[in-house]
Design a protein around this ligand. Structure first.
Ligand code: DX5
Ligand code: ZN
Length: 230
């Protein structure tokens, strides 16, 4: 099974986003992963719907918007209007369950992919009540907030659990986000991940972006063929 790569642009050069996107397209990324942070749900602040709309104008690549914000219900419409192809918010938000369902329904009604993310300490069970509405489960292998953190391998087995939960529904996908590179692709591939979100590994000084993307795809696919180690 092929594994896709979504590039997280969090640690890219924001002064040159046009060039960053062209380079990623040429290098063979499958999707762009846009990290939205509000300085409240996570300590960091990034950007909002207007920047997502700017990416929409820059590229035909699918845009996965990862909302690390406390009140996704207040902003989901604007992120849909900005041209997101998928919108994923966190299972840890404190909005009532009925509201969380409404968010997912609004995304689905707009014919985009609705997703929920789980931080490393959150079990897959947290998204179970929403499974009928979910297109994406995003398993975080770092604590949300910053790019360039160390991969938390203890969270990786949740990828397989999330896959089982989605039950292979057509169009559904498990994404893994945080610390994914050619060094960790083996593990996430073995647990059956569909989409690897790769950030800093693509933009580190001295790293060849295209080689890293191809290596992640190849190594994750090999991991999938071999299955988990232990
Ligand atoms: C972390 C973000 C991730 C992150 C990925 O809060 O959600 O998407 O930027 O970057 P790396 O690959 O550097 O962990
Ligand atoms: Zn992310």
């Amino acid at each position: 099974m092929a594994v896709a790569v979504a590039a997280s642009i969090l640690t890219a050069d924001f002064g040159n986003l046009y060039r960053v996107v062209r380079k990623l397209e040429r290098a063979g990324v499958d999707r762009l992963h846009l990290d939205v942070m509000d300085g409240h749900f996570v300590p960091n602040i990034t950007f909002g719907p207007n920047v997502v709309a700017a990416f929409r104008r820059l590229t035909p690549l699918p845009l996965d918007v990862h909302l690390m914000i406390s009140e996704p219900s207040r902003y989901v419409t604007r992120f849909l209007e900005a041209g997101s192809d998928s919108i994923t918010f966190h299972a840890e938000v404190e909005e009532p369950m009925a509201i969380q369902r409404e968010i997912l329904e609004e995304i689905a009604a707009a014919r985009r992919q609705p997703g929920m993310a789980i931080s490393p300490d959150t079990p897959v069970k947290a998204v179970e009540p929403f499974v009928d509405l979910l297109g994406i489960v995003m398993v975080m292998t770092v604590n949300p907030g910053f790019g360039g953190q160390r991969f938390i391998s203890e969270a990786a087995p949740k990828i397989a659990e999330a896959k089982r939960l989605l039950g292979g529904r057509p169009g559904s996908a498990v994404h893994v986000d945080g610390g994914v590179s050619s060094e960790t692709a083996d593990v996430v591939g073995a647990y059956g991940v569909d989409v690897c979100v790769v950030g800093s590994a693509l933009f580190q000084r001295g790293h060849d972006t295209e080689m890293e993307i191809q290596a992640v795809k190849r190594i994750a696919a090999a991991g999938a063929a071999n299955g988990p180690r232990d």
